[in-house]
Design a protein. Structure first.
Length: 129
């Protein structure tokens, strides 16, 4: 899994936080049940209520890339593939794409040759009580 660096700012106290991990891990973190800010306050709500994403880096290349188990790879950069699957791809920035028809997002792993291997993002939405 390729890692990105996510730079966020806490809208409550103003400190900046860096999160390193995949887009999926970042989403899981943002949906956590509680949030302990580096600025010194602890909240019983998810980070999503406090953190504003400022920048997201592109994933770091993987030197010896091989497909990750359990990921659904789709060659979304291939026009024939997207046409056959009736996908409407839209660039979200930093190499992230979304299919406007299914609202499925796609992230990629980059191998040492610079080739991008796109896969479906499984988003975990936690409903807060
Ligand atoms: Zn804070």
């Amino acid at each position: 899994m390729s890692n990105r660096v996510f730079l966020c700012r806490c809208q409550k106290c103003g400190v900046q936080l860096e999160f390193t991990g995949s887009y999926e891990q970042f989403n899981d973190f943002m949906e956590s049940k509680a949030f302990a800010c580096r600025g010194g306050h602890t909240e019983q709500r998810s980070p999503r209520h406090f953190l504003k994403l400022i920048t997201m880096s592109e994933p770091s290349p993987v030197t010896e890339w091989k497909p990750t188990d359990g990921l659904n790879y789709v060659d979304i950069l291939d026009p024939l593939t997207t046409r056959v699957r009736n996908m409407q791809m839209d660039h979200l920035g930093s190499g992230l794409y979304i299919d406007r028809h299914t609202l499925t997002k796609y992230d990629y792993e980059e191998d040492a040759k610079g080739q991008r291997h796109y896969f479906e993002i499984r988003e975990r939405r936690v409903i807060e009580s």
